[in-house]
Design a binder for this molecule. Structure first.
Ligand SMILES: [Zn+2]
Length: 241
């Protein structure tokens, strides 16, 4: 079902995007003002209100690096924006997740990649692995928002997306009740390997928003268990402040 859905979605995408233009007027996602023809999804005023991390130009460890210290060894990390509740980034994330804004996901994925290529830090990344959602959820939603971000990124970075490497398990047991010694169990509880292996030296996991980092940690742990020498980087659209 997953494959059929993926194929159907990619076949329908150009039509749906065109169709969306008809249903949704060209207004700012945040303030609903009409956009000029030079603006896309968000008006210049709201764009200015988004809080950039500038992690790409950090020479010392960022807050995102520090979030994973003592949990999992990572090569590089990147997030485009800081996430705060009641702020524009939250609206974008919501639109990305629930309003069938597939072009928006790819649009921001391209912006993430265009920002990353300004730094030499991310040049060694060979492939992208979007955080998977359960196939049933993907079917109902029509897409996986992290996959859309990865699609936009792949266009710019010219690297492949690995879709059938890690899969999400259905049961999402509470992560907060688990103690640190049970981390491995947590990883294998949340994710499992798909049909395709990893033949790259350095991959980046792509997510839409990072709060505690436990999902990414679990996914990276699983990959590391099978590929001890694999270099793992994390890329997210937003990170909680
Ligand atoms: Zn606006």
């Amino acid at each position: 079902m997953h494959l059929v859905n993926a194929k159907l979605t990619s076949f329908l995408n150009p039509y749906l995007e065109g169709f969306q233009h008809l249903i949704f007027p060209n207004t700012c996602l945040q303030c609903s003002h009409e956009l000029s023809r030079f603006e896309k999804y968000i008006c210049a005023f709201c764009w200015d209100k988004l809080q950039r991390t500038y992690f790409e130009s950090y020479e010392s460890p960022s807050g995102m690096d520090q979030l994973f210290w003592g949990r999992i060894t990572l090569k590089e990390t990147f997030a485009l924006y800081f996430f705060e509740k009641e702020k524009p980034v939250q609206d974008i994330l919501h639109a990305l997740k629930y309003q069938f804004k597939a072009p928006l996901g790819r649009h921001f994925g391209r912006i993430m990649a265009e920002t990353m290529i300004k730094s030499p830090k991310y040049k060694e990344i060979e492939a992208l692995i979007p955080v998977p959602i359960h196939p049933q959820k993907r079917f109902l939603r029509g897409y996986n928002q992290s996959e859309l971000l990865a699609q936009g990124m792949a266009e710019i970075l010219k690297i492949p997306i690995l879709l059938d490497t890690v899969q999400k398990k259905r049961n999402n047991a509470s992560q907060t009740t688990k103690n640190r010694f049970l981390r491995w169990d947590n990883a294998s509880e949340q994710f499992c390997f798909g049909k395709k292996g990893v033949t790259y030296r350095h991959i980046a996991i792509v997510d839409d928003v990072i709060t505690t980092g436990s999902t990414l940690e679990a996914m990276a742990q699983l990959l590391r268990s099978q590929y001890p020498l694999l270099q793992i980087s994390l890329i997210s659209f937003a990170i909680a402040k």
